[in-house]
Design a protein around this ligand. Structure first.
Ligand SMILES: [Zn+2]
Length: 469
């Protein structure tokens, strides 16, 4: 029988408690974000988890009762919240690392979509392809420490249902969308029949996720690929659909990624002043909308996005890899726009949020340096605390997840056990432990990889590493 934990709040030296349910007890250093300008670095605390929820965080230790699980971090290990990937395409993992075409030059966005991306996505009309790819994608992302992920599927309903099934099986927290495209088929075999079919299949996916074998960790997300690929009927229908459900269904799409894409969008919608105004016109710029990229958004567009409470997924690896541009993330944060990180596979060549952290840092430095050469006074490049925020709490806010992203009491325990010990698997890097937790985090961010992520939990369930460690 599931029952509620009762913990007596006693003086720190006391280890007594009254409990009628099994606990998971974690003791060690923790690092977590409080806001985009503040983080906590605690040398030693105890986190007490019951039914996947953080019941208490305290300085003093707690001895386990029979049946409880206790994990004590070793020297050189720490706990941090799980990573949130606010934008990736599960159907493009087989194209990872491929953006150079035969002439030796790198593709840019529109050319790359029609020559590399759409032919790969079209293969998911065969559900056997979906079965083979999606199980591996979800497993890999959990191994990389991504506890929450926003997925784009293909245009195919049946294949996207398989992605939903794989996510649910894995225990990951996720939003899953069936991509919508009924116009401008630059790869002719890959386009939906019409707007009505696209909207109807989107409704069926929402119904499948929310009503058939529902899992509170997995939700649907409406996914128009971008304005260029959607007719006005489709954009209008999806805007209306988003307002129909309770709780509302979130929206994800791309915006202002590449200059040629922006030019074509403004030509397709001449009545709109800006790219952002196109989505706004169709009711798609709203609270709960995740806009990927935003490399070229001007101040007026940022003002509009902030006023609509839409959010940004920053995908620096993809933006540099496809030579798209650099988003003004410091400016967005300054304007109180919520920002998270996205791997944007396969525009981005790595499925790990660690890679995005590094490239977000380098992109912000490149932007600062380029502005120094102009008359514009740049905002400072991103700090370690800001990078931690973007990768965890900021991403959770972008996803509208109020109980994820840090270790506050009442939050879900979505966490990573990170090791920077010499035996972590990359000894050439970790020859000396760092006492300073902020430096330890910085070294993990810039020199670490998935081998340093020893264990991963989603809502208290261990999804990587041994349950008892
Ligand atoms: Zn994308």
């Amino acid at each position: 029988m599931s029952s509620r934990l009762v913990i007596m709040h006693l003086p720190p030296s006391t280890t007594s408690r009254l409990t009628i349910s099994l606990l998971k007890i974690y003791r060690g250093p923790i690092i977590h974000s409080m806001s985009h300008s503040a983080a906590e670095f605690c040398k030693i605390v105890t986190i007490i988890v019951s039914h996947g929820i953080i019941e208490e965080i305290r300085d003093s230790d707690l001895e386990p009762c029979p049946g409880d699980t206790k994990i004590v971090a070793k020297e050189g290990e720490f706990l941090m919240p799980g990573f949130v990937d606010t934008h990736t395409h599960a159907c493009q993992f087989s194209n990872l690392g491929i953006v150079i075409h035969d002439s030796g030059e790198g593709h840019e966005l529109l050319d790359w979509l029609s020559k590399v991306t759409f032919p790969t996505e079209e293969k998911f009309s065969d559900i056997n392809v979906a079965k083979k790819v999606y199980a591996a994608v979800v497993k890999n992302l959990l191994a990389f420490g991504t506890t929450t992920c926003c997925y784009y599927g293909t245009l195919h309903l049946d294949a996207t249902k398989i992605l939903v099934d794989e996510v649910k099986k894995s225990g990951q927290r996720a939003f899953v969308g069936k991509c919508n495209m009924d116009k401008n088929a630059t790869y002719p075999a890959y386009v939906e029949k019409d707007a009505a079919t696209s909207i109807d299949e989107t409704k069926k996916l929402i119904e499948y996720i929310r009503s058939v074998n529902p899992d509170t960790k997995v939700d649907a997300i409406i996914t128009p690929r971008f304005a260029l690929s959607c007719s006005t009927d489709l954009l209008t229908g999806l805007g209306k659909l988003a307002g129909k459900y309770s709780p509302p269904v979130r929206i994800q799409t791309h915006i202002s990624e590449n200059k040629a894409e922006i030019r074509q969008t403004l030509a397709q919608f001449p009545e709109c002043q800006s790219y952002s105004a196109v989505y706004d016109k169709f009711g798609l710029l709203r609270e709960g909308t995740i806009l990927a990229h935003g490399c070229w958004l001007d101040d007026e567009e940022l003002k509009l996005i902030q006023s609509r409470k839409s959010c940004i997924s920053h995908c620096p690896t993809s933006n540099l890899n496809l030579r798209s541009g650099i988003a003004r993330v410091s400016e967005m944060l300054h304007r109180n726009i919520e920002v998270g990180l996205g791997t944007d596979v396969s525009g981005g060549f790595a499925p790990s949020i660690l890679t995005e952290i590094r490239h977000a840092n380098m992109a912000s430095k490149a932007l600062e340096l380029s502005l120094l050469q102009s008359s514009v006074v740049p905002r400072p490049s991103l700090s370690i605390k800001q990078l931690l925020y973007l990768a965890t709490l900021g991403g959770a806010k972008v996803c509208g997840l109020g109980k994820v992203g840090n270790f506050k009491k009442g939050n879900y325990f979505d966490a990573l056990l990170v090791s920077v010990r010499a035996d972590a698997g990359n000894p050439a890097v970790w020859w000396e432990d760092l006492e300073d937790l902020e430096k330890r985090l910085e070294r993990f961010f810039f020199c670490g990889n998935e081998r340093n992520i020893k264990k991963v939990w989603v809502q208290g369930n261990c999804v990587k590493g041994e349950a008892n460690y």
